[in-house]
Design a protein around this ligand. Structure first.
Ligand code: NZQ
Ligand code: ZN
Length: 394
């Protein structure tokens, strides 16, 4: 196993009514609370009322920043940074999905850097580590998707430059996250699907990578993937099923809290290409992943005997493909096709056209330029490989 450091200090409050703990957390800091949220779904699923009640009990002053868009944008972060400085905010509280959380993370970062530094150019573009001592961040989660609630990553769009970039730095890690599955009961079917695609893809991007030595991380990844598929089916059967929603919420958090990537290379090429698509066309993250992920798989599974063996293992252990008398290559192909069938059945888009994304040569070039040298583990993906993968997505 490769060497690693594991440090995940996020305190999780899981279950019905757990937003009440926001009162204790808010009482432990000095200064007002900046409430960061999106377009208003939190006012229909109970999260806003629960949080406001808790903050009243704590005696906190609340400053609100509504209007965070899906694929959150730099201008909203700038607005938030101004509020933090103006009010001397002591806690930034994101209430919503990955977009509200990531916006809040960047607000904390933007408020913590020097006045002569530029958040986008000096940090997001370069990946320079965030300074310590940022305004603490709390989360009340309302989607089961990104894992941002228990991680140090955040993703931001700069629409003026058609850039959407991930940024990873430990100080962005939330201090606590409330995971109350009741808030998921109002999720539209589409968002439920996108969330499942996202968490499933996250587990794959850690699992479908070198090294292939015996590693508990891989076995845990398979278990999480099987469980995601079970929760996914259960949520489709009954979107109001609290038990199914609880499983979805914990699945998504465990899919990206760094446990299953320990000892692994990881391979985030699919995410790199997806971010290029949503940078230009602002489509939901999960929709872009559903389009790219199987095409990336078809491009990579036979890159080496190790790659084929890993995809074959995935087909058997996650998709239940019967291995009798089949070569690793055939098993790998069957696993990928099972995945595509599943995505089709749940109504995820499978081509750029289905998501309304054009695929003329100039667009594909621009998207490939954004994806750049996209990384990779079993197969290194260059800018031209990324373009070839995109060209197969039309
Ligand atoms: O804006 P509101 O009104 O809140 O509506 C949202 C939004 O329209 C709605 N919604 C959220 N919770 C709801 C709900 N509607 C009804 N009931 C609820 N309980 O859903 C829409 C999408 O919300 P969003 O927060 O954008 O979804 P998600 O959690 O999927 O986050 C996606 C963002 O996270 C980034 C993505 O790129 C994208 O920008 N990611 C962040 C990662 C990270 N920080 O580690 C990793 C991921 O790979 C991902 O890239
Ligand atoms: Zn993702």
């Amino acid at each position: 196993m490769q060497n690693f450091i594991f440090h995940n200090p996020v305190k999780i409050y899981f279950g019905k009514g757990q937003a009440a703990h926001v009162a204790d957390e808010a009482a432990a800091v000095r200064g007002p609370v900046l409430l960061v949220y999106g377009g208003g779904s939190i006012k229909r699923n109970g999260a806003y009322d629960d949080v406001m009640a808790a903050l009243r009990r704590a005696g906190s002053t609340v400053v609100e920043l509504p209007g965070v868009t899906p694929n959150p944008r730099l201008d909203k972060v700038v607005e938030g940074v101004r509020l933090v400085r103006e009010h001397g905010v002591g806690l930034i509280l994101a209430v919503g999905g990955g977009s509200a959380i990531d916006c809040a993370k960047f607000i904390a970062l933007g408020a913590g850097i020097g006045e002569d530094e530029d958040l986008w150019d000096d940090y997001v573009e370069t990946g320079r580590p965030a300074p310590e001592g940022l305004v603490p961040l709390g989360v009340v989660l309302t989607t089961a998707a990104t894992g941002s609630e228990m991680g140090d990553a955040a993703v931001l769009t700069n629409p003026e430059r058609n850039r959407k970039l991930g940024y990873v730095s430990f100080p962005l890690t939330p201090r606590f996250s409330v995971l109350d599955p009741s808030y998921l009961l109002t999720l539209p079917d589409e968002q439920t699907t996108y969330g499942f695609v996202d968490m499933f893809c996250h587990t794959c991007e850690q699992y479908l990578s070198l090294p292939d030595d015996d590693n508990l991380s891989d076995e845990m990844a398979e278990a999480i993937q099987r469980h995601i598929l079970r929760s996914w089916r259960a949520c489709r059967r009954d979107p109001r099923d609290y038990e199914a929603r609880s499983n979805a919420m914990w699945d998504s958090t465990l899919a990206l809290n760094r446990v299953i990537s320990r000892g692994k290379d990881e391979d985030w090429v699919t995410h790199g290409i997806e971010h290029a698509i949503s940078a230009y066309f602002d489509i939901p993250h999960g929709a872009g992943l559903a389009i790219v992920h199987p095409h990336w798989m078809r491009y990579v599974y036979d890159a080496s005997p190790e790659a084929t063996a890993r995809f074959a293992r995935w087909a058997v252990n996650v998709w239940g493909v019967d291995a009798t008398g089949k070569s690793a290559r055939v098993l790998a192909q069957e696993g990928i096709e099972r995945y595509v069938d599943f995505l089709r059945r749940v109504g995820a888009p499978l081509t750029l056209a289905e998501a309304g994304v054009p695929s003329d040569p100039a667009t594909l070039d621009a998207l490939a330029d954004h994806a750049g040298e996209a990384g990779g583990s079993y197969r290194r993906i260059t800018r031209d490989d990324a373009r070839a993968i995109l060209a197969s997505c039309v």
